[in-house]
Write a protein that binds this ligand. Structure first.
Ligand code: ADE
Length: 342
């Protein structure tokens, strides 16, 4: 698996709020700047307004959906809107129950604890946070052996925001402790275009025609993080090769150089499709067999390659296995029989 996949929705160093050059923040700061996810934004805005009026803290929020769609961004926005501090950690970073005690006890009323990849929280930590979420208290043990004592520490009411790409892996007791739970969906091209226009302004890219931004949007896999990364690649390319002028042709050339084709597929996507065609006659074939042939990890393919190919109609998942569609064949320039998955 190439680690520098430009269309990956996984977070990378350059996706930090600030750009490398210490440049402007590309992420929205306030809720009214947030584009897309209209239903979720409305639900959160109502909850925020209600707790502001009651001078209360917000209920715990669970955000689930594919990577790169703005879960972390929303946690930052909520903290800004509440005028509170945000403490960030992740499931895999918390290996034992005590890891959280320092943070939980220093949090003020209304502060936010953001736990990314919350489905990867070890069971012991998960049980430890139940009373923290429900009654704002935690138990911790001092001393050991026969002198061990459990001390209960009260916490100030805080809000836990959990994010996960795999809501199905959360235990029911954890899931049920979130007052608001919402799925984030892929963005449509119009929304990506708005996000890109705003980012182009902030990056001081002057006079970028909407059709050039549209060409980026259509190759961004419905994912703002990918769109913004492609925009930065296009900006570099235009600066060095095209006197800083971004046109649809420049976008196309810049992204082809990155291995991203007109449909937003990269080398890994095409390798996946070609493997099904060349080795398995277009399918049906099981994911494990495809992964073994490609020398890749099945869960990575399932999480990062297949969702976009399914969404694009290049792949069909049937009970017998994965099948290429006629559209995928057209894209690869090969003939796929139309009745493979009928
Ligand atoms: N930048 C990245 N995601 C965004 C979003 N959803 N709205 C506005 N700007 C963004």
């Amino acid at each position: 698996m190439p680690r520098d996949r430009v269309v990956t929705a996984e977070r990378q160093e350059e996706d930090r709020t600030e750009s490398h050059s210490g440049g402007p923040a590309l992420r929205p700061v306030q809720m009214d700047e947030y584009i897309g996810q209209a239903e979720l934004v409305e639900r959160l805005s109502i909850a925020l307004e209600a707790v502001r009026q009651r001078k209360d803290s917000m209920e715990h929020v669970l955000l689930h959906g594919p990577p790169g769609l703005g879960k972390t961004t929303l946690a930052h926005v909520i903290a800004t809107e509440m005028g509170s501090r945000l403490y960030t950690t992740s499931g895999p970073a918390l290996s034992k129950a005590g890891d959280l005690i320092g943070t939980l006890t220093k949090m003020d009323e209304g502060d936010i604890l953001f736990i990314d990849e919350i489905h990867r929280l070890p069971a012991a930590v998960e049980e430890y946070i139940y009373p923290a979420m429900e009654d704002f208290k935690v138990d911790f043990t001092v001393d050991s052996g026969m002198h061990a004592k459990v001390i209960t520490v009260g916490l100030k009411p805080f809000t836990l925001i959990g994010a996960t790409t795999r809501a199905g892996l959360l235990t029911q007791p954890l899931r049920s402790r979130f007052g608001i739970s919402h799925h984030l969906d892929y963005y449509d091209e119009g929304e990506l275009l708005q996000i890109l226009s705003r980012a182009a302004d902030r990056l001081a890219m002057q006079d970028v025609p909407p059709d050039a931004l549209g060409a980026i949007a259509s190759r961004s896999r419905g994912t703002p993080r990918v769109a913004l990364r492609l925009l930065r690649r296009v900006r570099d390319f235009a600066q060095v090769r095209a006197h800083g002028k971004v046109t649809p042709v420049v976008v196309k050339e810049a992204l082809l150089l990155e291995g991203v084709d007109g449909e937003g597929l990269d080398e890994l996507d095409r390798k996946y499709l070609r493997t099904i065609f060349e080795t398995y006659g277009g399918g049906p074939v099981g994911l494990e067999a495809i992964a073994a042939t490609m020398g890749d990890d099945a869960s990575t393919l399932e999480d990062v390659v297949e969702p976009y190919l399914l969404q694009k109609g290049f792949l069909a998942r049937t009970r017998q296995g994965r099948c290429l569609t006629v559209r995928a064949g057209e894209h690869l320039g090969v003939r796929v029989s139309g009745d493979l998955f009928e």
